[in-house]
Ligand binder design. Structure first.
Ligand SMILES: [Zn+2]
Length: 243
């Protein structure tokens, strides 16, 4: 599905590509037990859609940022990081998730694009701020909020993401908007709402939000629902500075 950014950007689902149960189909993660040759086929499908080289993130539920230069156009493996940024025209970035929040961004002033992976631990540690800081760093000054567009992709929703009351309290202490309750009345976290809320606090309100819940929608991978499963991607392509 189209991510709604001014550059080529999209979110994948389980349609297309290759793969057998429980990874069917179009699993893009190499660390979940799927056949590597199948993952390679699926990554090729995404590269075709992106129109060039795609760097697939190695997330670690942290706040690490990696800025990728021209050397990644040749298929180099990225360092472990939950935020990828590039200003290299023709390079695409992919964040992988199955319930966590895939966040994409584009800055019209510099042409920089960002792909970020936001789980509850990354959110608590400040990965949204890290993504914004990465955009600001490239500009050598505070961002004009209007020039940056964000896209929040499919993630587990606040009615489905059950956690213990202690975990909810820990995350909500930093992100009150994460406080939620499941459809069956137990403590929960609303990560997408917290991400959008934190961006608004920082002055960024150009945010496209895709409200598909990975847990409810079987067209999407959900770790919570299926445990052994694949990962979908959020992909954004750098097109250089816009005219
Ligand atoms: Zn849901």
């Amino acid at each position: 599905m189209d991510a709604g950014l001014p550059v080529r950007a999209f979110f994948t689902d389980r349609n297309g590509g290759a793969g057998d149960k429980p990874y069917d189909t179009l699993n893009l993660a190499s660390h979940v037990g799927d056949d590597p040759s199948v993952v390679a086929i699926n990554r090729g499908v995404v590269e075709e859609s992106a129109g060039g080289a795609v760097v697939f993130m190695k997330p670690a539920h942290g706040v690490g940022v990696a800025r990728l230069d021209e050397s990644y156009l040749d298929g180099r493996e990225p360092p472990t990081a939950d935020v990828l940024l590039t200003t290299v025209e023709g390079l695409s970035l992919a964040t992988l998730a199955a319930d966590c929040v895939p966040l994409l961004a584009h800055d019209a002033q510099t042409g920089a694009v960002v792909a970020a992976h936001i789980g509850r631990e990354g959110l608590r540690l400040g990965v949204v701020d890290a993504a914004v800081a990465a955009i600001v760093d490239v500009r050598h000054g505070w961002a004009r909020p209007q020039s940056v567009t964000f896209s929040v992709g499919p993630a587990i929703c606040g009615k489905c993401y059950e956690v213990s009351s202690q975990v909810r309290a820990e995350v909500a202490a930093r992100h009150p908007l994460a406080m939620s309750t499941t459809g069956w009345g137990t403590p929960a976290l609303d990560l997408p709402r917290a991400v959008v809320g934190r961006l608004a606090e920082l002055g960024f309100d150009r945010v496209v939000r895709h409200r598909h819940c990975t847990f409810e929608d079987r067209r999407l991978f959900s770790y919570r629902r299926d445990h052994v499963t694949g990962r979908q991607a959020g992909v954004v392509s750098c097109e250089g500075p816009l005219p």
